[in-house]
Design a protein around this ligand. Sequence first.
Ligand SMILES: NC(=O)C1=CN([C@@H]2O[C@H](COP(=O)(O)OP(=O)(O)OC[C@H]3O[C@@H](n4cnc5c(N)ncnc54)[C@H](O)[C@@H]3O)[C@@H](O)[C@H]2O)C=CC1
Ligand SMILES: CC(=O)C(=O)O
Ligand SMILES: [Mg+2]
Length: 568
Amino acid sequence: MYTEVKDAEGRITAIQTDEPARDILDNPLINKGTAFNAEERKALGLYGHLPTRVESMQSQVQRVYRQFQSKNCPIEKNIFLNTLHDSNTTLFYKFCSQHVDEVLPIVYTPTVGDAVEAYSTDFRRPSGVYLSYNNREYMDEVLSSFTTRQIDFIIVTDGEAVLGIGDWGVGGMDISIGKLMVYIICAGINPARVLPIQLDVGTNNPKLLDDPLYLGSQHKRVDGEEYDAYIEQFVKCVEKNFPNVYLHWEDFGRGHARSILEKYRPQLCTFNDDMQGTGIVATANVIAAIEATKTQFRDHRVVMFGAGTAGCGIMDQILDAFVDSGMSREEALERFYIIDRNGLIVDDMEDLPDFQKKFARNRGELADWEVSDTANITLTEVVANSGATILIGCSTVKGAFTNEILRQMGKNTRFPVIMPLSNPTANSEAEPKDVIEQTEGRAIMAAGSPFDPVEYQGKTYQISQGNNAFIFPGLGLGAIAVKATAVSDGMIRAASQTLSSFSPLHDSPDNPVLPPIHDAPKVSKAVAIAVGQQAVKEGLSSMKAEVDDVEKLVELAQWQPNYIPVRR
Ligand SMILES: NC(=O)C1=CN([C@@H]2O[C@H](COP(=O)(O)OP(=O)(O)OC[C@H]3O[C@@H](n4cnc5c(N)ncnc54)[C@H](O)[C@@H]3O)[C@@H](O)[C@H]2O)C=CC1
Ligand SMILES: CC(=O)C(=O)O
Ligand SMILES: [Mg+2]
């Protein structure tokens, strides 16, 4: 056991522990390895357990960097960094904070996708909380065992729709862990106060069902009423054991993501990253693009390819932005088109889910469109007939934005907004190089995963990473800083407007739409302050005292990856 010693304002100033020497070195949250100084080594009984030389943290970081660089491929780097995380968490985050550009693609998209797929074959040690449907009677017991420390954040997944790679069952644990790392790198969430959780309800992935090494429950996914009851049990246990927690849902399947959020949003401080986080980033980009190109919302037509959790989540928020600009909802909806597996969603299609229905186009309005099959109107046809100015992809379909489509976007408008957002890199709807070339360098673009800059006609184009990583860390930090009781639409709008205000497009339409990803920590702090202020304004802060300085609360809630004294 260890306890945090805090000053009057709640900053952690020291760690007090009664653990034996070996346990201290095995506890990643307090271990400093070779950086334990002489005084600590003496007090904690560490002599003999460490090589003689006392190192500075910076010297440790240099060694980590050498070792990191010596790894031959991204997945080896991922394994190396996760091993470091599990042995010395503070050093891991210090290293990450100094090498954000190099580290994010390794602990997050795209490499985390490979780690999820290889979860069972590459398994080394358990990490996070596994809640199995088959052992559901122990759920409360398991969660209550984590109440010895303060938990501010839970990220939970059931692994059904991980990034764009599909159902990876228990391997989804690595996406919960990877996202928490992004929270900590970008927003300075305290790593001792987070809990990654995987709800193991089985898998429908035939490869996993046949794999003798698969580590999850090897049966088809539990669904329907049993699934809903399991989620209800989970939420109740979370509320009971962690009453003030921020509950983040990640990569649930299309059939569950939205219904879970809608059900629990009124009662919990909760957030769905794929729907809401992605929506905030895409909307921020659209707002920045419209402002920078000095156009009006009413001049635009928005096409979404892939009308699932992220796609419709994005369209909901862009719709709100159109309405905020002064249009009626009906007028705004006339400018929206969503496309799924059966082509453009039209109101005479049967069995449309509610989240698609509201964007369905009236069949009569399409009478003069030139299409080859009215029962399946393709993306190419929608882009040509609608005069789309904004094209977004959340379909997982690599290369869906063909050169013909990209060229048509360039014909439709001077500055087309093109966002192939599917992850990981291999699922992107378009290669940035094609987007730039086919639109003669005029596109305002963002992709979901990181891409190298593109050279075109003597100019270098930086490719923005339109990923919810720009938002969820700051949104979460802002919410916990003021002890928010909910994540309201107002807080979401505040996040989107703040991110938009950071857009380099405001200086010139030739600039990237988003700042570089290494600015995510700066952006996250600003987002946190705006979100916290909005929560206070809406009466959603549960702080006992009146809140007058949200910036200070945000700073107090932030953890820094620095060693602090450890003593007996
Ligand atoms: N950049 C970012 O921050 C984010 C990106 N995403 C990405 O968006 C993609 C989708 O994720 P979710 O919405 O969670 O999945 P989802 O499964 O809910 O949605 C995907 C949708 O695409 C449709 N689709 C599949 N094949 C299609 C085809 N050939 N033509 C038209 N539609 C097709 C599916 O029917 C489904 O409605 C993933 O690649 C994911 O990585 C998701 C969240 C955040
Ligand atoms: C980024 C993310 O949340 C996704 O691709 O699912
Ligand atoms: Mg996701």
